[in-house]
Unconditional design. Structure first.
Length: 162
């Protein structure tokens, strides 16, 4: 690896992945070191922010610095997700329009599914155009829990499943 590549990696270090193992929270948040691929326990401020979020201080997520690898489109999309306020939702199409790519609804869906730090980059706030819960890497039960935790009142779907 060239020295300029190492410098770029150092600039990108930060929260790179979250593991969701419990329905009502994160069992372990880890920082991944891109330089040597080792994982380390998260620092106190990251743990405090996540604990605060799950204790009801929903704005604590905005204090977490993160950087993840991805395409220019993914970064544009991932940067837009935290701008959806806690307690609100947005459709995939509306977010595609917000990032000036109104016809990129499928690409938005793919970028959402590739988000390695869900909850911090709140991909759970995206819903279907009809208000239904659609796709979530952690499962729809967890998505429902996160949205309700943030105060979203979900409407029942036609088949009785929101």
């Amino acid at each position: 690896m060239k020295s300029n590549e190492r410098a770029q990696i150092r600039k990108r270090c930060g929260l790179t992945q979250i593991h969701l193992a419990k329905l009502t929270g994160i069992s372990q948040a880890r920082l991944s070191s891109w330089e040597n691929q080792e994982t380390k326990l998260s620092p106190k401020d990251l743990r405090a922010a996540l604990t605060g979020y799950f204790s009801g201080d929903l704005d604590r997520l905005s204090t977490i610095r993160w950087r993840v690898a991805g395409t220019a489109f993914q970064h544009k999309f991932w940067t837009a997700l935290p701008r959806i306020p806690p307690g609100t939702t947005m459709s995939y199409g509306a977010l595609a329009a917000r990032i000036d790519r109104p016809k990129a609804v499928r690409a938005v869906g793919h970028a959402n599914g590739a988000n390695p730090i869900s909850v911090v980059v709140p991909c759970h706030r995206l819903i279907g155009a009809d208000g239904s819960l659609v796709k979530y890497g952690g499962g729809l039960e967890r998505k429902r829990w996160l949205l309700e935790h943030e105060g979203v009142v979900l409407k029942p779907a036609a088949n009785g499943v929101a």
